[in-house]
Design a protein around this ligand. Sequence first.
Ligand SMILES: [Mg+2]
Length: 440
Amino acid sequence: MSNKNRKRSIDGVSGAGEGSSKKAKPHAFFSSFAARKEEASLPPTQRATVRVEAPPTVEHYLHLDPFASPGSDNGGSTSSSKIKIAMYDLDGTLIQPKSGARFPKDATDWKWWDATVKAKLAEVHKEQFHLVIISNQNLKEKPLKAWRSKVSLICADVQLPIRVLAATAKDQYRKPGIGLYELLHDLYEAKGLEIDIENSFYVGDAAGRAGDHNDTDRKFAVNAGLTFYTPEQYFKGSTKNPAYLPFKGLDATAELAAMDDSPLVTPTSTPLIPASTKEIVIFVGYPASGKTSFYNKYFKPHGYIHVNQDTLKTREKCLAVVREEMTFGANGCVVDNTNRDKSTRAYYVAMAKQLHVPVRCFYFTASYQLAKHNNFYRAYVASDVPAAEKRSILPETAFIGFKNALQEPDETEGFDEIRRVNFKFQGTEEDRRLWSRWMS
Ligand SMILES: [Mg+2]
């Protein structure tokens, strides 16, 4: 459970006495008029939701301090340092819009998902569980404001110590990413406590069943190693277990196994690096498909120049560097761009013909899903990416753009050789475990 993101996140949270932190401003976020009116009618003991300092893309609230609550002997001074956590998704699990609309209209447009919800929360609280809501809320400013107000009303209605954690951007905190769970883990660790993961659980409605909008809740539980229940199982005693249902998207565990059995480069009949290295090599492939790592490992040691448009800014500059090296230099050039279509590649092929040097194409075959998986892994999950290879998350459009414009390289383009490069994940056993997580 150690990675850079988790370390970064705890810096934003004051571990001790967060409920009484000077930075916590009760009601400061309580903004909508209807919600404010409703909140004002509550007795003071129920208006206890405080905002906890958190990383910029995380909303963190605490309603009553779970460590100071009467009836809870598992915080502070006594007995066990292992805390059982009952975790819940919010929308479609604990609550639903009162209006019957798909999305809530305002802060007061909510009701409990089922009549049993409140009693069930009280029951697990009595059983010494700490209650935590884990929610994805990638909202614009106005609906986010209303959401904050709603949180206060929900917490006040429960009247139990409850913590709310929400991810407001598409980053490592968003489910199925487990950034929020790791944040929670660090919070307890800072208090000398440990989450009793064996006896903790997570309830969510996005389980990948027919009619579910997604399967991210079940993936979140798998990623975190938590027992998972649907709201139907948990609140209504349904015996329908979704565990056998397939997940959507890239099954990284299966991908890893397949990678181990496939060759890195095909065909394998000719040497990867020829005797004479004065040649132009054109890479083709998605962002995050392993192109630069492949260059560093196989071409760089042979003196090949790295030509990249992100660094050089324009195609003209890339072409100028290649021309200069092919005319006056002694080395080969690797054009490490996505080079997605024939017309882009034709510039380099034409130059090779003009200068009478060989031109080869290396096609990185990683799929759309695999490249996106790597993108997320490199930006948010990888623990040991060297600073030089460290990259921030690339937008979805970078992948869609490539997918839509891709023309697979073929012989008619004038290459002396086309090689296919299969993505092979490189890393330790721990890295493989992290890479195997569900990223989206
Ligand atoms: Mg939900």
